[in-house]
Design a protein around this ligand. Structure first.
Ligand code: ADP
Ligand code: MG
Length: 331
């Protein structure tokens, strides 16, 4: 797409109505101006998706690319216990993409932005030689001191995870390989888990109000996220393989493949965290009310020589960031 008509393009993507009245200046000036709220802290994050690395025209339609590029940032807000409010978009457009496709990417972003009542307040538009790059920044807020950090796991905490794991990797597999005899309903479910992740903002909010807890979103895979929590908290986490929540749809694959995806596939955008047993009871009740599945998968221990350990059939193995690969000494 040529961006000679950048001005017209920006007009087309500018929101007609806004959700938030504390936006003093939105799109149209050199920068946006936000009135900050008393007793709240701002939470800011950014994630980038690159054609050929995070998606291709084969795995994602333009609408999905927009939807997911904002969803993954909303998921970071969820993992902080924050409420997402505003977003900015930097897009580098190659000539191989036409204006209709780019506008459809914005429609995808708008679809999820409407759901979370978020306003588009700025961005940047440039052209590039080869692949499309879309970078989204989200600004949110959380009550002072209530942001949920990775470093807050304590011995005795319960380790929990929302939803089911591995579905996104299974969906990507289905998109990349012809699996013509795969059950239609399961196919639909798994690819939608890849293309349109549902960030767990409501769960993040519940956790932030309950008190001390740690939280991370599953972008790189359960193994990686648990190691980050254990490392940041200086604790050892033990999880039990048989408790890892799986969807019915993923059970069309073999066990080895399933657990590899569940532990290291990533992009599920579920929340994983730790919280005291008393608060977990409350969290579980509140999640049930919201219709969000939440599962206890392990517990936090005082620091040992390894950060994360997975128990399967009574045997303990070290779980590294990229999966389990060797037996713990003494087993
Ligand atoms: P400047 O030259 O001051 O950087 P731009 O022409 O880049 O201004 O942008 C004009 C306005 O449009 C700014 O408010 C900017 O935030 C917004 N904008 C530019 N590109 C995008 C985009 N891709 N998505 C959303 N807003 C954009
Ligand atoms: Mg600019």
């Amino acid at each position: 797409m040529s961006i000679k008509d950048e001005f017209q393009f920006i007009q087309k993507i500018s929101p007609k109505e806004l959700f938030h009245t504390n936006l003093r200046v939105g799109i149209g000036d050199d920068a946006a101006v936000l009135q900050t709220e008393e007793n709240y802290e701002q939470v800011v994050c950014m994630d980038t998706m690159i054609e050929g690395i995070h998606f291709t025209k084969q795995t994602m339609r333009p609408f999905d690319i927009g939807y997911k590029s904002l969803a993954i940032n909303i998921s970071d807000m969820a993992a902080m216990g924050a409420i997402p409010k505003f977003y900015l978009v930097s897009i580098a457009i190659p000539t191989s993409w036409n204006e209709t496709e780019i506008l459809t990417i914005y429609e995808g972003m708008d679809a999820i932005a409407q759901r979370y009542k978020m306003d588009l307040i700025g961005g940047d538009t440039v052209s590039t030689k080869n692949d499309l790059v879309i970078s989204v920044t989200v600004i949110g807020e959380v009550e002072k001191g209530k942001a949920v950090l990775r470093s807050q796991a304590k011995p005795g905490d319960i380790v929990f995870v929302t939803g089911t794991l591995g579905d996104s990797a299974a969906g990507l597999h289905l998109l990349l390989h012809k699996c013509s005899d795969f059950p239609h309903h399961d196919y639909k479910f798994l690819i939608s888990r890849h293309q349109r992740p549902s960030p767990r903002v409501n769960v993040g909010r519940i956790v932030s109000q309950l008190g001390r807890a740690s939280l991370n979103d599953v972008s790189d895979g359960l193994a990686s996220e648990l190691n980050e929590i254990a490392e940041a908290s200086g604790m050892t986490i033990v999880i039990h393989k048989k408790f890892i929540p799986l969807s019915q749809s993923i059970k069309n694959f073999s066990d080895d493949v399933i657990y590899n995806w569940a532990l290291t596939g990533g992009e599920d955008y579920e929340l994983v965290g730790t919280i005291s047993p008393i608060h977990f009871k409350e969290l579980k009740k509140k999640c049930e009310k919201e219709g969000v599945p939440i599962t206890e998968i392990g517990e936090v221990h005082p620091p040992q020589s390894d950060f994360v350990i997975i128990e399967r059939d009574g045997r303990h193995e070290v779980l590294n960031k990229n999966g389990y690969n060797h037996f713990k000494k003494g087993d």
